[in-house]
Design a protein around this ligand. Structure first.
Ligand code: ASP
Length: 299
C-alpha cells in the first residue's frame, strides 16, 4: 500500500519527516498531516505561519487555516483568528461539523475557546521587530508593505487511501486588518478528493482566488493528467491570463498529489517544496518557472 505527503516550502521539512514516520506506521493521513502542520505553526523561526507569524498593519497576528477530508469532502476553515496556538487543529475540528464550518475572527475564537483549544499570544518579539522595521522601510525606501508571506499547505495520503489537505498561514505581511487570502478558501488554497487527489496553493492570495486554482488542478487530475502536467498547466495558463488581462500576475505556486501518490508542482516564481512517499525519503526540492513549464531539482 502506498502513502505520500507533499508540502509547500522548505519550512515543512521536519513536519514532513515526522508525518512520514506516522504514515509508514499506518497512522491516518489526517493525524499525520495535522502533526506536520502543527510543527510548522509551533516554530517561531517560520515567520509566515502560526507562532511568530507576520503581523497585519496593526501589528496583530491574524491567522488563517483550513482542513479538507477527501473522503467526505468535509471542510473546516477559519480566518483572522488571533491568539490560538494551532489554527490547523481548530480547522480540523470544524470539518466535523455539519453547519458553520467556516468561521471568522471573534466567532472562530469563541468556537476554539469553547472546544478547549490552547490559547497563546502569537506575536513574538521578533515578529514585532520585523513589523517595526517594515514600517520604517515603507517610509524611507518606499518598500512594498506586502512582501513576505508563505503558507504551509499539504496534501497527504495514507495506507488506507484516505487523502486530506490542509493550510495554515499568517497571510500577507502588513495586510489590512480583516484581509483574507486564498489559504482558507476551499478550491482556491486547497482541495481534496480521495477518488482523485489533492492540491494546495501558496503565493498572492488575491490572484490565486481569481482562478480557484487548487480545484482546477484536481479537476485536471480527474481528467487523467499526471499531477505535474496538471499543476504546471493551471499555474502557467492562469499566470498568462492574468498578465494579459491585468498586466501582471502575482506569485503563484501549487503542490499536488494524486491518489496513487504521484505528485507535481507548478510555479511562476522560485519555490521550495518537500515530498515523502513510501518510495522516497523526505526531500526538499527547488522549483522555478521554465517557459510555460515548471522545472525542479533536489535542493
Ligand atoms: N496565499 C497566502 C495568502 O495570500 C500567502 C502565501 O501563501 O504566500 O494569504
Amino acid at each position: 500500500m502506498t502513502w505520500g505527503i507533499i508540502a509547500t516550502w522548505e519550512m515543512a521539512l521536519e513536519g514532513v519527516k515526522h508525518a512520514s514516520y506516522m504514515l509508514e506506521k499506518g497512522l491516518s493521513a489526517a493525524d499525520s498531516m495535522e502533526e506536520a502542520i502543527k510543527m510548522v505553526e509551533d516554530n517561531p523561526l517560520y515567520t509566515s505561519v502560526g507562532y511568530g507569524g507576520l503581523p497585519n498593519e496593526k501589528c496583530e497576528v491574524e491567522l488563517d487555516a483550513a482542513f479538507m477530508d477527501g473522503n467526505t469532502l468535509s471542510v473546516g476553515a477559519i480566518c483572522g483568528i488571533k491568539d490560538f496556538k494551532n489554527p490547523i487543529s481548530v480547522a480540523r475540528k470544524l470539518n466535523e461539523e455539519r453547519f458553520n464550518i467556516f468561521l471568522v475572527g471573534i466567532g472562530a475564537e469563541e468556537y476554539a475557546q469553547e472546544k478547549g483549544f490552547e490559547r497563546k499570544n502569537m506575536l513574538t518579539e521578533e515578529s514585532k521587530k520585523a513589523w517595526e522595521k517594515r514600517v520604517a522601510e515603507m517610509k524611507d525606501k518606499n518598500l512594498s508593505p506586502y512582501d513576505g508571506h508563505d503558507t504551509v499547505g499539504m496534501v497527504c495520503i495514507d495506507k488506507n487511501e484516505n487523502l486530506v489537505t490542509g493550510t495554515s498561514t499568517s497571510g500577507l505581511f502588513m495586510k489590512r486588518k480583516g484581509r483574507v487570502g486564498d489559504s482558507p478558501i476551499p478550491g482556491s488554497g486547497f482541495y481534496a478528493d480521495s477518488e482523485i487527489g489533492g492540491a494546495t496553493a501558496t503565493g498572492l492570495g488575491e490572484d490565486i482566488m481569481k482562478g480557484c486554482m487548487s480545484y482546477e488542478v484536481v479537476r485536471l487530475m480527474k481528467e487523467g493528467l499526471h499531477p505535474q502536467k496538471a499543476a504546471e498547466k493551471v499555474v502557467h495558463e492562469f499566470s498568462e491570463k492574468l498578465e494579459k488581462r491585468r498586466g501582471k500576475a502575482g506569485a503563484i505556486s501549487i503542490a499536488c498529489m494524486n491518489k496513487n501518490g504521484e505528485w507535481g508542482v507548478g510555479t511562476n516564481v522560485e519555490f521550495t517544496f518537500v515530498v515523502a512517499t513510501d518510495k522516497e525519503r523526505p526531500k526538499v526540492y527547488i522549483a522555478n518557472r521554465d517557459g510555460n513549464k515548471t522545472a525542479f531539482q533536489e535542493a
